[in-house]
Ligand binder design. Sequence first.
Ligand code: NIG
Ligand code: FE
Length: 416
Amino acid sequence: MTENLIIFNARVVTPIGFSARCGKEMGELCIIDNATIEVTDGIISYVGPSRGESRDGYYQRYWHYNARGKCLLPGFVDSHTHFVFGGERAEEFSWRLKGESYMSIMERGGGIVSTVKATRECNFIQLRSKAESFLKQMSAMGVTTVEGKSGYGLDKDTELLQLKVMRSLNNDEHKRVDIVSTFLGAHAVPEEYRGRTDEYIDFIIRDVLPCVAKGELAEFCDVFCEQGVFSVEQSRRLLQAAKEYGLGLKLHADEIVPLGGAELAAELSAVSADHLLHASDEGIRAMRDAGTVATLLPLTAFALKENYARGREMIDAGCAVALATDLNPGSCFSGSIPLTFALACIYMQLTIEEAITALTLNGAAALNRADSIGSIEVGKKGDFVVLNTDNYHFLPYYVGMNCVNTTIKEGVIYPV
Ligand code: NIG
Ligand code: FE
């Protein structure tokens, strides 16, 4: 659904540009006070000083929204989540609190594979309604575009089912959040392939990838490139095949140990490399040179009690950094945008302005969409977040608390 909307008296706060911002540019926001924004058929058609409220009756065809005293930002882009799954893993969380590690739980048959079991037991409607409830919460925190991954099926039918759930949610006329789908068939090795990882990769390439591509069920292909999961060589083989099918590339890279995932992402011109807690200096430079977006997920580091990725150093090295939540039932059962802001600023030393760019324009770039979303500019979608305050510093300062007043999706107003 799209609408015609005019917003008056807004304090606009936005990055500017149609591609990712890197290094110093990430901290440069454009601020316009008392701005008027026109959205026509869901697309921004004017941003600037007031043009006189009546405009010869022109605005009669528009909904009106008075944003006096409030900040208006581009809708947030959460460019890394796993929001379609069955079951939950609260037990595992309690084991981790007692000292067990994420990888040791995975090695003894828990972790991702236990969500695979629960997901395989769900039908389309069950998966869809659970996923839809996450979308409502995201919208209330200002998210207007989210990326979602498969990866809890690990067989052909269930992988395709997860992707079909996302397509169905994205085709909903009343959706509040756009969904970008990623095929993550190589998220873990399923029980039936235990000890036969190469054969599992062969199966994905031969039997599943062609169906994903043929059905246009995903825009990206991702892989959990990690010691004990998929090696650099196995990841390269899968991603090269995905590239031949025209999919964009993403990697879960250097999350638990430094394996060279950042370097592989750069070598393959991946759109993004994500996590990067242990990315090497060389990997960071390679990503910068390749234009690969470094997507950082501070909620996951927080929930796993790991050290945070080197966000400050990556920006200073000239990388384009995005922030995302990584919402999933295991390593990070949270899609909290407010907490993501706070952790990024407090523990990764991003400035507030950099964090805003990371969750808007650079998130859009991590989804190949910097030309259509992620900033408030003519020609882009009319997707906005309206804060309860005119001070955008509240985003990290009001720690873990939601200061979103209203989310606007393609000109349609959704009060929180
Ligand atoms: O991004 N690391 C791999 N994948 C997810 C976790 C998925 C899960 O534990 O269910 C992540 O952290
Ligand atoms: Fe993830």
